[in-house]
Design a protein around this ligand. Structure first.
Ligand code: NAG
Ligand code: NAG
Length: 572
């Protein structure tokens, strides 16, 4: 009870500043429905805007999921939140990013199933036409690819995380002998051959007792395996060593090619003296550790993992500078959400290479924020109602990570076109180079090239562009996508902009019921109908006779006239 009051009170006070969007008036997962796409896509709310967020020409990469996301999958939006690409055929995806492999850019993501700390999937690499060119899987019969990391190294290899239930000696935890743990591995894999190059296992290298994850009743069976480590990021540096993040150890480890841990930052046994009064190494439940220039590390410090605890705390992105000669660390910068979000799980921090800005994905909270390098908020976006995720921590709408990258998409599929009322709608899912649309019409659906007439041209407006078109004569239309230099990028199929009206249901019901009623009347009054019909028939026959007589008279008339003419001719 005390819990409820202490958590609900500050929450209620904070909720006073929420917008209609934050409060869920537009839905827990507000969506937009484009006629040409045929499935809901996120409707992003801009709560802070600065035009500097558009200057790098980069796009935002998200993987919305959660029980209120009807069609989870990879999503790209532009800096203002307009949809650029979405795909639902892979199902739930995580960690969508643009990565370089053999000199070419790929869209990469994990896709598969996940239940708590157990996930099983594989990693996709799509080229600029959105075709899956490579699919990487974990190496080992009983190992499934885990969602947390898929990082392509500068050696053109892949780093992946794996979680595996194993039974090991657990006497250090107070067990009499063994217990079940959810062990963490990482693998380095040759993308071309799928061969395993390196593997590291947490339980071989880190004591179980270093974990901050309370064990409760965990460990007694495989179903309750103890998630002591929770590996969530790996990066390989130019020395060939690995920087890894363990959420449940509150620690970053630097691992060499033999598997040895060279040093630990944070957690129960940090090797660094903290020159910032502990603020450079007191991160907790963190994600996404990455190297930067001059021995700086960035990470996303969740700083909480539970809805009922740490309510006064907030999450932060942070940069930490390391001095490996003196083994000291200093806090460089922090990045805090304008609404002071505490993200209890997931999350990411990216230093955007093009601008030097920082993009934080707030994980369990459906938000992402762009900061200056110094930590000033530039742009803040939501793709779900804040109330349900941030105050109530329900995780109904979330994206494991968020990234910002330039991306050029040239889909193989043609652009889409659809008509409704007096409008024609056009879009091209994933095409990033369309600047304007040209609408053409023709009299027939199979008209020749030169029979199409231009009826309008509009600059591309968000994901879907609408033409007002009430062509009466030539109502078959198609649209042509043009780039900034007016080159043709693609052409839609031809559709009828004025399809015959659909017969509404009520008229069908009216028709059927009148059939039934008239059937009933015929049965009821059949004798009278027979009499009346035969009467009618007889009078009709009589009338026909009279009519024939009349025709006979008429048909003889022209003859007479011509006779009269002849007579006239003779006379003259
Ligand atoms: C992962 O899924 C695949 C295919 O669904 C299945 O064959 C495999 O056994 C699973 N692996 C684990 C470790 O659950
Ligand atoms: C790294 O350090 C060098 C030398 O001190 C400095 O010139 C450079 O600007 C630093 N780079 C960054 C990104 O801070």
């Amino acid at each position: 009870m005390r819990f409820a009051i202490f958590t609900a009170l500050p929450a209620a006070v904070r909720a006073l500043s929420f917008s209609a969007y934050d409060l869920g008036f537009h839905g827990i997962y507000p969506t937009q429905n484009y006629l040409t796409l045929g499935r809901p896509s996120p409707w992003v709310q801009i709560s802070h805007w600065d035009s500097r967020c558009e200057s790098d020409d980069a796009l935002i990469l998200l993987t919305p999921r959660g029980s209120y996301v009807p069609n989870p999958g990879p999503v790209i939006v532009d800096a203002r939140g307009n949809l650029v690409w979405s795909e639902s055929k892979y199902g739930q995806a995580m960690n969508l990013q643009v990565q370089r492999y053999r000199g070419q850019e790929y869209l990469t993501f994990w896709s598969g199933t996940s239940h708590g700390a157990h996930s099983n999937g594989s990693y996709y690499m799509l080229d600029s036409t959105y075709e899956p060119i490579h699919r990487v899987s974990a190496v080992g019969a009983d190992l499934g690819g885990d969602l947390h990391e898929f990082e392509i190294t500068s050696d053109d290899t892949a780093l992946i995380t794996i979680y595996q239930d194993v039974e090991i000696d657990c006497r250090s935890l107070g067990f009499e002998s063994t217990c079940w743990i959810n062990d963490c591995l990482f693998q380095e894999i040759d993308i071309e051959t799928g061969n395993l190059l390196f593997q590291w296992r947490a339980s071989d290298n880190v004591p179980l007792t270093d974990s901050y994850k309370s064990r409760g009743g965990d460990g007694r069976s495989q179903d309750t395996s103890y998630d002591f480590f929770h590996l969530n990021s790996i990066e390989k540096d130019s020395n060939g060593n690995y920087l890894i993040s363990s959420r449940h150890m509150h620690a970053i480890y630097y691992v060499d090619r033999t598997g040895d841990i060279l040093w630990t930052l944070g957690g129960k046994h940090s090797n660094f003296e903290d020159l910032s009064n502990g603020h450079a190494s007191n991160f907790r439940w963190q994600h996404h550790a990455r190297w930067h220039e001059n021995y700086t590390i960035s990470l996303f410090d969740n700083n909480g993992n539970n809805v009922f605890h740490n309510r006064a705390e907030l999450s932060r992105g942070m940069t930490i500078s390391l001095d490996l000669a003196s083994m000291t660390v200093e806090l460089q910068n922090t990045y805090v959400h304008p609404d002071k979000i505490l993200a209890i799980s997931q999350g990411s921090m990216q230093v955007i290479p093009e601008s030097g800005h920082v993009l934080i994905g707030w994980g369990n909270t459906p938000a992402y924020t762009e900061f200056t390098a110094d930590g000033d908020v530039l742009c803040n976006m939501y793709f779900g109602a804040l109330l349900f995720s941030e105050i109530l921590d329900l995780g109904w709408v979330k994206s494991y990570r968020a990234f910002k990258s330039p991306w050029v998409g040239k889909p193989k599929a043609p652009p889409d076109i659809a008509a409704k009322d007096d409008k024609v709608f056009v879009s091209w899912n994933g095409a990033t180079e369309v600047a304007s649309w040209r609408l053409q019409s023709a009299e027939f659906p199979d008209a020749a090239e030169d029979e199409f007439v231009v009826v309008g041209e509009l600059p591309k407006n968000g994901f879907e562009t609408a033409f007002v078109f009430d062509g009466v004569e030539d109502h078959f239309v198609r649209a042509i996508a043009l780039d900034a230099a007016s080159n043709v990028l693609g052409t839609t199929k031809v559709i009828d902009s004025m399809p015959p009206p659909v017969v509404p249901l009520w008229s069908i019901i009216l028709f059927l019921s009148s059939l039934i009623i008239s059937g009933f009347l015929v049965r009821r009054y059949r004798v009278m109908i027979c009499i009346q019909t035969s009467r009618l028939w007889r009078s009709l026959k009589r009338y026909r006779k009279d009519e024939n007589h009349m025709y006979e008279l008429l048909e003889t008339q022209p003859e007479r006239t011509s006779l009269a003419n002849d007579v006239n001719r003779i006379n003259t």
